[in-house]
Design a protein around this ligand. Structure first.
Ligand code: CA
Length: 654
């Protein structure tokens, strides 16, 4: 290897890729035929494989020296079945020997420092072969939840041993404090009608000690083993097969209950730079600044170099593995703006090729936390790439988020619903799911995920409370804020594009005004199931909107023609806007929609467009469509509220 070259130049070079790129599956493999190990470490001068009987014992059973092939893969195969044995590697590079777990590990010990040989078929729950995602829904409504905070609250009715675990996601009929009446957890989600559950990180992360205090909490954006489930969500973190089986059981239960499953994946950085990837091939998987220091566009101390072929391969392999082995239905890419557009397209193509077009969702954050030392010429998968990336890769829409409720930078900043002004043009952009792009072009609704709140920043309730100068924990919830919340929700559900909300947004979830709760105690983070019951009217408002949205082809349209469906945008009064939408479709009884939103303190008299209208939802109820009252000529729009009307389809009106 040319010694004058820096690691950075070497790893970025065409020659390195040509010589060492390897498409073979990597990791350890165990079947009734035997066991095989493959570690890609082209810069290593020596590799030793150490076997152990458990995840904890210090004495190694055996030390083996795999052989290196042309592409730098160190291989060892045996006819013996080593299912259940643990292992790690000693990798020597430039005279320094480092111990490392297998970056491709599919199972591991408690806290993940040792990998595990596992016959994966042994981890399949009963009926796994027949497990199938529910059919693709007419609209995508994503519910973001954290495995631990979802069921931690004793009021969830979940038995103590399953609280905060994958197992809690398997319980189909839990009720509030076991009252047998008011559904919680999975039963609650079934009733709510969301179509996808997005699990915040469930791969193995490092910020929670799996052998430590069960009260520990972290969101988990700090990957350690990319291809292993997190141990603190399993009933036993010490036996490597348990977390694998229990996560599969959770996916199976969600599927059985009509929910698809999205995984939040964080391929932009690792918990520490000193990761298994780094120890195996020092620096190869990481971007470096010119002075050799690690690039830090993630704000977490390191950035993965997705543009390098074996790093891209690693990320692609990992996504495909979760889709294949765990039947995951979609992926949410954290700080996607740090990954490159070519890789995102490649992942899209591979998922489509294997499972059919659009079957697996892809969505991501089209930004980063800072600039990154990416190889020159690489196109990053941020908003600038929306014009060239596959049109079914959706990005979080910060235009909708900020316009409706106010910007994130300050608690006081107001949006449409709370006095920040209701600009008709901006509203039209929101309804079209349009987001600001450096090229000024429009995105398709298939490229947008509309949302008001996610795990980051304040909950919607906290933001509305703080902007109004009110205490977010005030009980009962102030009616004026509940009105704002309903208006915000109605606006969200009128935006073209996919829809997304943070678990509990529908019951005015509060994190006590804390903006960034990634490591706040469970007392702040846990889903408060009693509050869900107290605010059941708001939950019903969301439930009605979700069901209504599925019936509105004019808003569901993801095609290039979706924008043309917005026929007119008017401002009947200041702080009030109305849109006429073409909803024509053989499967809808309403050929036009009239959407009106008002943030005013007085009632506005609306002059309706011609025709017989049905009130599908107003500021109080979103279930009116079940037996809609008629309207014609004029309609009253009360203070801080929405009105969603449908015109009864009549041939002669078209
Ligand atoms: Ca862990």
């Amino acid at each position: 290897m040319p010694s004058a070259m820096s690691d950075k130049q070497l790893f970025d070079s065409f020659e390195f890729r040509e010589k060492y790129h390897c498409d073979d599956p990597l990791g350890s493999f165990c079947s009734p035929k035997g066991t095989e190990f493959r570690l890609w470490a082209p810069t290593a001068s020596e590799v030793a494989l150490r076997l152990y009987s458990t995840g904890e014992t210090d004495t190694c059973l055996r030390e083996i020296f795999p052989l290196r092939d042309e592409q730098g893969v160190w291989r060892y195969a045996t006819g013996e079945i080593w299912d259940g044995l643990y292992y790690d590697y000693l990798v020597t590079v430039d005279g320094t020997t480092r111990a490392t777990a297998d970056p491709y590990a599919r199972a591991c010990c408690c806290n993940g420092a040792r990998s595990m040989v596992l016959d994966l078929r042994r981890t399949d729950p009963e009926g796994w072969e027949e497990d199938k995602a529910p059919p693709l829904p007419p609209e995508t409504v994503i519910y973001e939840l954290h495995v631990k905070d979802f069921s931690w609250d004793p009021a969830s009715g979940v038995p103590e041993e399953y609280r905060g675990k994958f197992k809690a996601l398997c319980l189909e009929d839990t009720t509030l404090r076991g009252d047998g009446e008011n559904p919680t957890c999975l039963a609650y989600l079934r009733r709510l009608g969301v179509t996808h559950v997005q699990l915040m990180p469930v791969y193995d992360y490092g910020s929670v000690d799996e052998s430590g205090d069960p009260e520990q909490f972290n969101w988990g954006y700090d990957p350690v083993n990319y291809n292993v489930p997190e141990g603190s969500y399993a009933t036993d973190a010490r036996r490597g097969e348990v977390r694998v089986r229990e996560m599969k059981q959770a996916v199976q239960a969600l599927h059985k209950n009509g929910l698809r499953v999205i995984m939040d994946v964080v391929y932009n950085h690792t918990y520490r730079l000193d990761s298994w990837l780094w120890r195996t091939v020092p620096w190869y998987y990481y971007r470096q600044n010119e002075d050799g220091t690690p690039s830090n566009g993630s704000g977490c101390g390191n950035d993965l170099a997705s543009e390098r072929s074996m790093c891209a391969q690693y990320i692609l392999d990992s996504v495909l593995y979760w889709a294949e082995e765990y039947h995951i239905d979609g992926f949410r890419f954290d700080l996607m703006g740090l990954l490159d557009a070519d890789l995102m397209d490649r992942i899209r193509q591979e998922l489509d090729r294997r499972w059919g077009p659009g079957e697996k969702l892809m969505l991501g954050e089209p930004w980063s936390a800072g600039s990154t030392a990416v190889r020159p010429g690489t196109v990053l998968a941020d908003k600038g790439a929306l014009g060239r990336m596959d049109k079914t890769i959706a990005v979080f829409n910060d235009t909708v988020r900020d316009s409706v409720k106010g910007k994130l930078w300050s608690a006081e900043d107001q949006g449409f619903v709370n006095g920040g002004g209701l600009d008709a043009g901006r509203l039209a952009d929101c309804v079209r799911g349009r987001t600001w792009r450096p090229d000024g072009a429009d995105n398709l609704p298939s490229q947008t995920v509309n949302y008001l709140s996610c795990h980051d920043d304040w909950t919607l309730w906290d933001k509305l409370s703080l902007a109004a100068g009110m205490d977010p924990t005030a009980s009962p919830c102030p009616p004026a804020l509940l009105r704002q919340n309903r208006l915000a929700a109605a606006m969200l559900f009128c935006c073209q594009g996919e829809l997304f909300f943070l678990s509990g947004e529908e019951f005015a979830r509060t994190k006590q005004g804390v903006k960034n709760t990634y490591r706040s105690p469970l007392a702040i983070n846990r889903m408060d199931w009693a509050r869900a019951w107290e605010n059941r009217d708001l939950v019903d408002y969301y439930r009605g909107l979700i069901a209504l949205r599925k019936q509105l082809p004019g808003l569901r349209d993801k095609s290039a023609k979706a924008a043309d469906r917005i026929l007119s945008v008017t401002a009947p009064a200041e702080g009030c806007a109305a849109l006429l939408v073409d909803n024509a479709s053989p499967d809808s009884p309403w050929d036009r929609l009239y959407l009106a939103f008002s943030a005013r303190e007085d009632t506005v008299a609306l002059t309706l467009p011609e025709g017989e209208w049905a009130v599908l939802a107003n500021g109080e109820s979103s279930l009116l469509w079940q037996d809609p009252p008629a309207a014609a000529g004029t309609a009253a729009l009360p203070p801080v509220s929405a009105l969603i009307l449908g015109r009864r389809s009549q041939g002669e009106q078209k």
